[in-house]
Design a protein around this ligand. Structure first.
Ligand SMILES: C[S@@+](CC[C@H](N)C(=O)[O-])C[C@H]1O[C@@H](n2cnc3c(N)ncnc32)[C@H](O)[C@@H]1O
Length: 433
């Protein structure tokens, strides 16, 4: 008779955490906080085991039937078995737990979570492509969980429906190309005006292949870009008169053009709400000099510039810095400055060289902003808004800000940027006492 355990919480991958009677920690896929479950371990280590769910003995009221037939196989989603409202609650709990246990900090109050559409929200995706003869042709989709196979899928519920409906036609398209074995990836970028597809190809395309792409573009109203080498090699192919790729931020009267290789937030419904929330916390004033670190193409910098005296954006990618400058000019903003710098190597001297800032926004990648927070000195800003895509590194950096740099964690909360996945996006406000 398999042992029954109670799920205590969810980990950062959305797995249920339980403790067995012998004290061992279990990470059980597909189990929900509060549930009584039976499991089967597939990986046994001295202090923990990874396990599959075998039977739910006492189900959570939040348990729902996953919408997608690929769920459990495809590595794209891990929380489809939890009601979207329950997912948000679970993510808020993950944020609070990380801040409490890793950071030893607590917010004075919690922000209400930011919700968006639960499905069809994903405007960017990197679809892997592979010719698999025994599957009868070409697969286009996400990698399977725990291996490098590509899931045999014909739709994806997290993509906008019109993009999801392209998966099967894309499989057929690549299957008809002469270089079908040399196409490893198709990147999808859906915008308000145009949907772009970037075909990565490892061999030259023949005229017949190019003709297939043109016919596909005409039939499905998409724009093709071609990528023969690294991201720099991406060039627009067909139709040449397609509208530019851009997203808009109407609240700030901004239009933000970008190239497919450039980072943009993939949830374009939640992004404007997150910007509004970040600005409510930052409270830019006409007299403020503000820094936006890890600024990308200016997603926060330009909205801040609408109400601050000046904003300095700092970013590691020279391409994105160039784009941010163009976007500032395009939107008639003359109170921004952008610099290229590796912020993982920030020092007190490099931050001081940027000048004095009243307020700062930080939006780092998953690794967080350790060097930046360590480098903050006496002249540090009064207020820091930290936008995070990894609660563990946020908690680590929060510990430095609160326990070493004299800040107080005023508030924090999550934005459900990536529903159905375990990804936790959050925003936190730190203020110097
Ligand atoms: C989460 S994105 C945020 C971008 C932007 N704030 C936005 O909302 O679109 C993180 C950004 O950090 C940049 N980045 C990554 N590593 C960096 C580093 N070591 N130094 C400076 N910027 C870096 C990336 O290029 C990316 O633009």
């Amino acid at each position: 008779m398999p042992e029954t355990v109670r799920i205590e919480s969810l980990d950062h991958e959305g797995r249920g955490i339980a403790h067995r009677s012998d004290g061992k920690t279990l990470f059980i896929e597909g189990a929900i906080t509060g549930e009584l479950v039976q499991y089967s371990s597939y990986r046994k280590k001295d202090s923990y085991e990874n396990a599959n769910l075998v039977r739910v003995v006492g189900a959570s009221p939040l348990r729902v039937t996953p919408r997608c037939t690929n769920f459990g196989v495809c590595g794209g989603c891990s929380l489809q078995h939890i009601d979207p409202v329950g997912q948000v609650a679970a993510k808020q709990r993950i944020l609070e737990d990380n801040l409490a246990h890793l950071g030893k900090v607590r917010a004075d109050y919690w922000l209400p979570p930011i919700h968006g559409p639960a499905w069809g929200y994903r405007t960017r995706a990197r679809l892997s492509v592979r010719l698999v003869e025994k599957k009868g042709g070409v697969l286009v989709g996400f990698h399977e969980r725990r291996n490098s196979f590509i899931a045999d899928m014909i739709s994806c519920e997290t993509l906008p429906p019109r993009i999801s409906q392209l998966i099967q036609p894309l499989r057929e398209l690549v299957g008809r190309m002469t270089i079908r074995a040399q196409v490893p990836q198709i990147e999808v970028v859906a915008t308000e005006a145009v949907d772009a597809l970037v075909l990565r190809h490892m061999a030259p395309l023949t005229e017949a292949d190019l003709q297939l792409l043109r016919e596909f573009a005409d039939r499905y109203t998409v724009q093709w870009w071609l990528q023969s080498k690294g991201p720099d090699s991406i060039t627009a192919f067909y139709p040449s008169d397609a509208p530019e790729l851009a997203y808009t931020l109407p609240e700030f009267d901004l239009v933000m053009p970008f190239r497919p290789s450039e980072f943009t937030q993939i949830n374009t419904a939640v992004n404007p709400v997150l910007i509004r929330r970040a600005l409510q916390l930052l409270q830019p004033q006409r007299s403020d000099r503000i820094a936006d670190l890890f600024c990308g193409l200016g997603n926060f910098t330009l909205p801040i510039a609408r109400s601050a005296q000046s904003v300095v954006g700092v970013e590691g990618s020279a391409e994105l810095v160039g784009r941010a400058r163009q976007n500032a000019a395009r939107n008639g903003l003359d109170n921004t400055r952008f610099e290229t710098a590796n912020l993982f190597e920030a020092t007190a001297a490099s931050l001081t060289a940027l000048g004095h800032f009243d307020k700062m926004l930080i939006d780092p990648p998953r690794d967080g902003a350790s060097a930046v927070v360590q480098a903050l000195g006496k002249d540090a800003p009064q207020r820091i808004v930290y936008v995070s895509c990894n609660p563990a590194t946020l908690a680590r950096d929060a510990a430095v800000l609160v326990h070493e740099k004299g800040y107080r964690l005023r508030t924090a909360g999550i934005a459900n940027m990536f529903p159905q996945t375990a990804h936790v996006e959050s925003v936190a406000l730190f203020e110097r006492a």
